[in-house]
Design a protein around this ligand. Sequence first.
Ligand code: ATP
Ligand code: MG
Length: 508
Amino acid sequence: MLTIEGLRKEYGAVVALQGASLTLVPGTIHALLGANGSGKSTLVKMLGGVVRPTKGTIWVDEQRLEVGSPAHAIHKGIAVSYQETSLVPSMSVADNVLLGIEPTGKAGYVAQRSLRERAAEILDQLGLNIPPDVPVGELPTNIQHLLEIGKALVKRPKYMVLDEATAALRREEVKRLFSIVCSLRDEGVAILFVSHRFDEVYAICDRATVLRNGAVVGTRSLSNTSREELIQDMIGRRISLEPVQQKTGTSFKKQAVCLKARSLTNAELRGVDLEVSAGEIVGIGGLQGQGQTALLRALIGATTVRGDLETDGHQGLFRNPSHAAGNGVRFISGDRGREGVFGQRSIYENIVIGRIATFPLWKRASQRGENQAARALVEQLKIVHHSLFQEVRGLSGGNQQKVLFARTLASKPNVVILDDPTKGVDVSTRMEIHRLLRNLAGEGVGLLIASSDDEELAEVCDRVLIMYEGQIVRELTGDLQPSHITKASIEGAQSEKGKGAETRADSL
Ligand SMILES: Nc1ncnc2c1ncn2[C@@H]1O[C@H](COP(=O)(O)OP(=O)(O)OP(=O)(O)O)[C@@H](O)[C@H]1O
Ligand SMILES: [Mg+2]
């Protein structure tokens, strides 16, 4: 059994965790829930020994865990898959996965070999078929996250901790991970599972502990706890789970087209036509990996593509993302670590950079004006912080994502293109972001949003395009339901008969 007792962590004046206690029982999956910045990752890092508690004790099988010692945590059977991963980008896949476990036994090389075999077996279970000598930094984010999980599994943990391990994964990868996790549970491993996705939590977890502002609100058995109760624990009040926006929906009156693409074609796209009007939110759905990300990248000039593009005041394809940004077309990625925030810069700098970069010198607002604008956005987005001038890397993951939004909003865009924008964002912030997207549309901005979450698409979009193998095969309008989008995605994969057809979602 693993017991956490009165764990506290202070970062200067910030209290990240204020005396948290919980117990992990062998053979169970225990969820750790809480809003962005509530202290989940801080607790996880103390379990892994990479952060030293200010106070408190962790007991593993009746013995005290040495604080701040990753080696001792591993020795006691604790393995952690970290939210922002612990991989070394310049090192190979094999070296990363085996990092931190030294081969034991007299015949070192034999042990080394069996370790490598074990690593290969685990990567195979995870569905990873990558050459072991490739530097990890060259791999896509979802693969890096799978490796992070693999790295934990290789240690044969008795206590396995997964901090938002699924946030970057594709649906089929999550399924595979869950079957591994469930068989570990059946073998008697205790698992701590951190996620913002309730469907995942209800699918595999037995119990849930909720943190709010660094304190434990309570631990509940999930079989007799509702989603609403958990959310109330998380944010301290009731919120309606009904979508908040008033969608323009079918009554959407076409305004001027602000983004028009014709015959976009490259290795991943097969002649995509697309139009987004001012004030409209267009979703891109479909099974994963059907060209959604490729399409977004092509539109902002991040990849080479053939075809035509027209935006408000600009004709032709963009040369690169800053060319697009300069013409009022902004991109927000769910992959904040890689192409989003500048971790070592302040919140302030991260927000104003987008604004300043596109302004001619003579138009740049005064420092003071920038300051106020940034402050207003930080308030509006409820970014949990202690100073506008603190480094962004000191923020929780979800709050870093909000900084990206603040930057985009500060730049007053005409078109915003979003790739899985609420990845790793808690429920109430997710609703906040959805409201924000509606407001942006209300101000006449055109939005194009790809999401792996059909619920999100149904909630926020006026129209959803379904992609299959690099083409748009369907368009859904009317009363959008998540199940309709999922169904259309699967049908898109089954046949291309529906190609080009417009389907009223309510007729599905
Ligand atoms: N290295 C650090 N320096 C200063 N403050 C920090 C540091 N790490 C975390 N914090 C603060 O501690 C609090 C808890 O952060 P933590 O990362 O544990 O949240 P979280 O619950 O994991 O959130 P998320 O769901 O967004 O990942 C936040 O207010 C954060 O800003
Ligand atoms: Mg976290």
